[in-house]
Design a protein. Sequence first.
Length: 179
Amino acid sequence: MRYIRLLSRSAAPLAAAALPLALAGPAAAAAGISVSTSGAGVSVVTSACALNNGSWGTASLLAAQQTNFAQGRQVALSGTAAGQSAAWSAVAPGTYTVTVRCSNGVSAGSQVVNVSASTTPAATRAATSAPSRGVAGGLGGATRDHGTLTLGVGAALVGSAVIAGAWFLSRRPRVYRRH
């Protein structure tokens, strides 16, 4: 009962805080840009641009000393009406401004991003194909196909152990048995 009261008391402020976000969710997600970095790569995603004359628009990567959209490394946006993206590779470490301009000339937004020194990850072995019989977790020796003779001998051993255990328990005095 006590926990239900605590939950009901904390649910009202959480719902009040989440309500504006829920109401503005689709509109807030539709406008603007989202920039991410991965090592020496920078990518931008937006859904603010519309297809105009076969083009979504252009994204530009501006270094710190560059101030004009045309001065940066420009990449054409590609994608669908649900979302457009652009990416740059081999970006030197530093601070950059990513700006997106739609094909109708309207700016979709800009965002500052820091690219850190690229570290080369250790070589990993890539899986080339899936295991032929699946993962078989927890099966132990059941992952191999044993012959009929092996399975028969195993069944005989288990059966004889059950019979020996029953015989042993029947031979015990009644004093040690549970009622």
